[in-house]
Design a protein around this ligand. Structure first.
Ligand SMILES: Cc1ncc(C[n+]2csc(CCOP(=O)(O)OP(=O)(O)O)c2C)c(N)n1
Length: 344
């Protein structure tokens, strides 16, 4: 393995750990009723967001959904501004107005972050059209769940993207297998007449690839291939990343099912018991998986991994403390930003 790959793995691990510890902090704050309303965790999907974002360029555009924390952080947003947003504070990334469902940073290329299932597929087709008109080699990446493919807009926009050869990477994060929500009778997002999701874009002539969404290097490789495909003017590409999401969403199933991550399960410090989540810890948790891969290559990395985790946790503890001290927006500003600032 060359140094570049080795270095990249560390960068990936750092980002994935940050997302994991960030979301554990969100779940903890949610359980403490530190903020009202919904949140949807990305735990178990970190390898997809991190691997994919690393394959995109600075002028590429992105559209994402209600399950956006991992995407926004992987693109480089400040965790403090993101947590402040989720907790409705004035220093939030969207000044406390958008909350968890609408975490969005246009300066990082986000077109929109929308909770309307399926909508980002349409937004991304529009983004891809703009990229094509600009002709600067940029592309648009859309992140959405398998549930989006049940919506009419998805089919229409995949179709138009294929017809017009738009530079769009459609990244479908299929997290439904074993999802806690499904087990509890929540949104059954596998209600598709098509058994194989790839057959939907495939029927429109869009190249469709399935990848293990818990393998960050694999996701990175496939998205880099898709980006090159788009930039070469070959039109859209569809990627299905298969992940297993065990953590919940509030308010429907708020349990942090797999608990606070113990990195010792990767370094060998902690023995994995035979409880209900042992298979997930051993094979599906992308953070533990990547830490184990790094260790396989270099046994002496154990201390470094544990140190990185401690630093990430300390960083998040400080972030949480500062956000708790942050002010809410002033009541008098409640109607600010309803209309474009400075508009007549
Ligand atoms: C148009 C629309 N219909 C229904 C909902 C309610 N809803 C919120 S999340 C969700 C499930 C989404 O599943 P999926 O797209 O697979 O994403 P996941 O939450 O599994 O990551 C539904 C149906 C919605 N937000 N928008």
């Amino acid at each position: 393995m060359n140094d570049e790959i080795r270095q990249r793995r560390w960068t990936f691990l750092k980002q994935m750990m940050l997302i994991r510890r960030f979301e554990e902090a969100v779940a903890t704050a949610g359980a403490e009723k530190a903020f009202p309303g919904h949140y949807h965790l990305y735990i178990g999907q970190e390898a997809t967001g991190v691997g994919a974002m690393a394959a995109l360029g600075p002028s590429d555009k992105i559209a994402t959904t209600h399950r956006n924390h991992g995407h926004v952080l992987a693109r480089g947003a400040d965790p403090e501004a993101c947590l402040a947003e989720i907790m409705g504070r004035a220093n939030g990334i969207n000044r406390g107005r958008g909350g968890t469902i609408h975490l969005c940073d246009p300066e990082l290329g986000f077109l929109q972050t929308s909770g309307v299932v399926g909508s980002v597929v349409g937004l991304a087709a529009g983004g891809g059209y703009a990229c094509k008109l600009k002709g600067d080699g940029s592309l648009t990446a859309a992140f959405f769940g398998d549930g989006a493919l049940e919506e009419g807009i998805a089919f229409e926009c995949l179709n138009i993207a294929a017809l017009w050869g738009l530079p769009v990477i459609f990244i479908c994060e299929n997290n439904s297998a074993d999802a806690l929500g499904m087990a509890k009778g929540g949104y059954p997002t596998l209600v598709h007449a098509a058994n194989d999701l790839r057959s939907i874009p495939g029927s429109l002539g869009i190249e469709a690839i399935r990848v293990d969404g818990t393998e960050v290097e694999e996701v990175h490789r496939v998205v880099a291939h898709a980006a090159a495909h788009c930039r070469a003017g070959k039109g859209p590409l569809f990627i299905e990343t298969v992940t297993r999401r065990w953590a919940g969403s509030a308010p429907l199933w708020p349990e942090l099912a797999t608990g606070i991550t113990d990195i010792g399960m990767a370094t060998g410090r902690t023995k994995i018991d035979d409880g209900p989540h042992s298979y997930w810890y051993r094979h599906n948790d992308p953070v533990l998986k990547l830490a184990r891969q790094i260790l396989q290559d270099d046994h002496s990395a154990r201390m470094q991994i544990e140190l990185l985790d401690e630093q990430t946790q300390a960083h998040m503890r400080a972030v949480v403390e500062r956000v708790h001290q942050s002010p809410y927006p002033e009541l008098a500003t409640a109607t600010d930003f309803v209309f474009a600032q400075g508009a007549a």
